[in-house]
Design a protein around this ligand. Sequence first.
Ligand code: F3S
Length: 64
Amino acid sequence: MKAHVDATRCQGMGVCAELAPAVFLLDDWGFASTADGGAIPAEHEPAVRDAAARCPEKAILLVE
Ligand code: F3S
């Protein structure tokens, strides 16, 4: 699975980094991006799915 943060939607809510800090990195303004090109290790998939579901802006896109 891969995850991508749509920069046009992200408003820096930070929920993603709280739920999956190994995957989502926040810049100095709180906007998210994904580490390692968005490739998600299997052990982080549940947290990333949770983050995608709970991002208030629906900015996290998942590709299976
Ligand atoms: Fe942005 Fe959503 Fe995370 S708004 S900082 S992708 S929780």
